[in-house]
Design a protein around this ligand. Structure first.
Ligand code: DX5
Ligand code: ZN
Length: 216
C-alpha cells in the first residue's frame, strides 16, 4: 500500500486546520509534520504544540513527525505524548540514534530514520532492524518547494538490497511525476507539500499517486 502524506509546511499557516481538512477531503492518508530547529537545518517551523493541536482537532489522523533538529533525544517524549504516530530522527545527528529508535518503538509508535542527500544508506545499515520507516530526503532538508533530486533513487533500491522490508518514504519535490520515479524505485510512502497544497486539483494528484500502486 502506498501511503500519501500531506506536509503541513506548505499550508496556509493562518488556516492550518482548514488546510488539513481540505487535504483529507482530497484523499490523503496522513499528515507529515516538519519540525525544524534553525540548527540542524537553516529554518524554523513548528514545535510539539502543533502536533498536540492537530491531535485534538483530528484525533484519528496519523501524524508522521519529521524531526530536523540537532538534539531530538531531548524531545522524543514530548512529541510522543503530543500525539505523534511516527517519529523520524536524522541519521546525521550527534548522539545515540539506535537508542532513540528503540525508545520511539517502545512507546508503541513507528520509528523512522532519515538520511540527507549526502548520506549513504551504508551509514544506516545497522539501524535498519530498528526502523519501521526510512525517510530518503529527495531535497536538502529545510524548505518546501525545492526540486526533486532524481539521483537519490538508487538509495531506495540499495535499501531493499540490504534486505530492508519496512516503509521507504520520500520527501522533497514530490509530485505525480517524481512520485512515479520514487515508486518505481521501491518507495511506498510519498510526502507532498507544494505539489498537493498548491495544486488546482489536489484530488487528481492523489489519484495519480494511488494509481502507482503495484508499480514497484
Ligand atoms: C523539507 C521538508 C518537507 C517539505 C516538502 O525539509 O522535510 O517535508 O515539506 O515540501 P515539498 O513537497 O514542497 O518539497
Ligand atoms: Zn519532511
Amino acid at each position: 500500500m502506498i501511503e500519501i502524506l500531506s506536509s503541513i509546511l506548505a499550508s496556509d499557516l493562518l488556516s492550518v486546520g482548514a488546510e488539513v481538512q481540505r487535504m483529507l477531503d482530497n484523499g490523503v492518508d496522513s499528515l507529515h509534520v516538519d519540525i525544524m530547529d534553525a540548527h540542524f537545518v537553516p529554518n524554523l517551523s513548528f514545535g510539539p504544540a502543533m502536533v498536540s493541536a492537530l491531535k485534538k482537532a483530528f484525533p484519528a489522523v496519523h501524524q508522521d513527525v519529521h524531526l530536523m533538529m540537532d538534539n531530538p533525544e531531548k524531545y522524543l517524549d514530548t512529541f510522543i505524548s503530543a500525539g505523534a504516530g511516527a517519529v523520524t530522527v536524522h541519521a546525521e545527528v550527534p548522539g545515540d540514534v539506535r537508542a532513540m529508535l528503540a525508545k520511539i518503538r517502545a512507546a508503541g509508535i513507528k520509528a523512522g530514520v532519515s538520511i540527507k542527500p549526502g548520506t549513504g544508506v551504508d551509514t544506516i545499515k545497522e539501524l535498519l532492524p530498528l526502523c519501521d520507516l526510512v525517510l530518503v530526503m529527495t531535497v536538502e532538508p529545510g524548505f518546501g518547494g525545492q526540486k526533486f533530486m532524481a539521483d537519490m533513487m538508487p538509495k531506495i533500491a540499495a535499501l531493499r538490497e540490504l534486505g530492508y522490508r519496512g516503509q521507504i518514504m520520500v520527501d522533497g519535490g514530490i509530485n505525480a511525476d517524481t512520485a512515479a520515479q520514487a515508486v518505481a524505485a521501491g518507495a511506498d510512502a510519498l510526502v507532498m507539500g507544494t505539489a498537493l497544497l498548491r495544486a488546482e486539483d489536489p484530488a487528481a494528484v492523489v489519484r495519480a499517486c494511488r494509481a502507482l500502486e503495484g508499480r514497484t
